[in-house]
Design a protein around this ligand. Structure first.
Ligand code: GAL
Length: 396
């Protein structure tokens, strides 16, 4: 079975956009192995848009751009496989890709056969330039069947940006993940908006077909193809990675692996975070509480107070993991420190239960003891606290 757990890998788009080549992909393959990403679980190496010529050949086949991929895709796939990785490629359900290259509308079976002949293991399938008269769902159905008809096991990554409520049907048509939002940008606002937009949809994601909250920007630090706005701090990138892991979604790294600072290399391979993401039960998290953080308002205008409350900035999220573990997150999206609340009764643990929740801070590794009734940790602005928890019997 494919996508038993959220797929992990690397994708070329966030950093490189159209500037991709055979040499670059081989280098990334080498890095994925030598820097320990494959060992940590990242197995798919995916080439995104801009890999082909602008025209099909006279037989109607897609042609890799010889200036970028002089040895063709089969040779590159062989190299990627020889490093122990899986090879991913990209096409689109419309008549052209987003960057204006030929795509698979009405060519689904031909293109799927081409991908299979090259040894492709993963297909990201985008939604640009989709004809007004077309039926979105039907086209994803067709590509899904076309991939299956090849007889090769190819993970199908449906990327229609949350259009037509894909959480309701992508799993049914055979996809293994569905992009639920527009494109991530390399800034704090972008990834927090993505997280908030999916709060009600977590429950649709699970083994076999996962909610894809888009590729990570962790460690990009403003360089690359999707940098826009203020560069994230380390804590903000840590929050992005921890939120994706908490949600149990695919983790596709987007940074240039050759330039990743050591703290981000470490973060992306963090064992506890990856364990949460990859938990074998694949249960979705759920929202316990959504609130507002009150911050100071140093220069109040007439009629205003010297403080103000920012709505929808404090979130408490809980997730059942396997083996008697739980993840509990306190998320502060406001720019100032705040206490984020949780009544343990709201996650099913009333004060009279005779049990406490023992907690380990995932970021520091510190065991912070067992909690009862309520727990309201102080969380710095634009940051979160994440705990791995277990139930322990209360001693009399
Ligand atoms: C967008 C897609 C991005 C990237 C880009 C390539 O539609 O959401 O992830 O694939 O196209 O042009």
């Amino acid at each position: 079975m494919l996508a038993k757990r959220p797929p992990l890998g690397w994708n070329s788009w966030n950093t490189f956009g159209e500037h991709i080549s055979d040499a670059l992909i081989r280098e990334m393959a080498d890095r994925m192995v030598s820097d320990g990403y494959l060992e940590a679980g990242y197995e798919y190496l995916v080439i995104d848009d801009c890999w082909s010529l602008k025209e099909r050949d006279r037989n109607g086949l897609l042609v890799p751009d010889p200036a970028k991929f002089p040895y063709g895709m089969k040779a590159l796939a062989d190299y990627v496989h020889s490093r122990g990785l899986k090879f991913g490629m990209y096409s689109c359900a419309g008549v052209q890709t987003c960057a204006g290259y030929p795509s698979s509308y009405d060519h689904e079976f031909t293109d799927a056969a081409t991908f299979a002949s090259w040894g492709v293991d993963f297909l990201k399938y985008d939604y640009c330039n989709f004809p007004d008269s077309g039926d979105c769902r039907a086209r994803y159905e067709t590509m899904s069947l076309a991939l299956k008809a090849t007889g090769r096991e190819i993970l199908f990554s449906g990327c229609n940006w949350g259009q037509k409520e894909p959480w309701k049907w992508m799993a049914s048509v055979g996809a293994h993940m569905y992009r639920s939002t527009g494109d991530i940008m390399d800034n704090y606002r972008s990834f927090t908006e993505i997280f908030k937009s999916q709060l009600d949809n977590f429950c649709m994601s699970g083994a076999g077909c996962f909610n894809d909250m888009d590729m990570l920007t962790v460690g990009m630090c403003g360089s690359g193809n999707v940098g826009l706005g203020k560069v994230c701090t380390y804590e903000e990138y840590r929050m992005q990675f921890a939120l994706w892991c908490l949600c149990g979604v695919p983790l596709m790294m987007g940074a240039d692996l050759r330039k990743l600072a050591p703290e981000y290399q470490k973060l992306l391979k963090d064992k506890d975070l990856l364990r949460i993401d990859q938990d074998e039960e694949c249960r979705p998290p759920y929202l316990i509480r959504r609130g507002g953080v009150t911050i100071s308002n140093p220069e109040p205008k007439e009629g205003e107070f010297p403080w103000k409350t920012l709505p929808d900035t404090a979130y408490t999220v809980f997730r059942h993991l396997s083996g008697g573990e739980y993840a509990l997150a306190f998320i502060n999206l406001a720019p100032a420190e705040a206490s984020v609340h949780c009544e343990l009764a709201d996650l099913g643990l009333p004060a009279h239960s005779g049990y406490l929740l023992e907690m380990k801070d995932v970021f520091t590794g510190e065991n912070i003891g067992a909690k009862k009734d309520c727990f309201n940790p102080t969380v710095p602005g634009h940051d979160m606290k994440l705990y791995l928890c277990r139930l322990v019997k209360e001693s009399d």
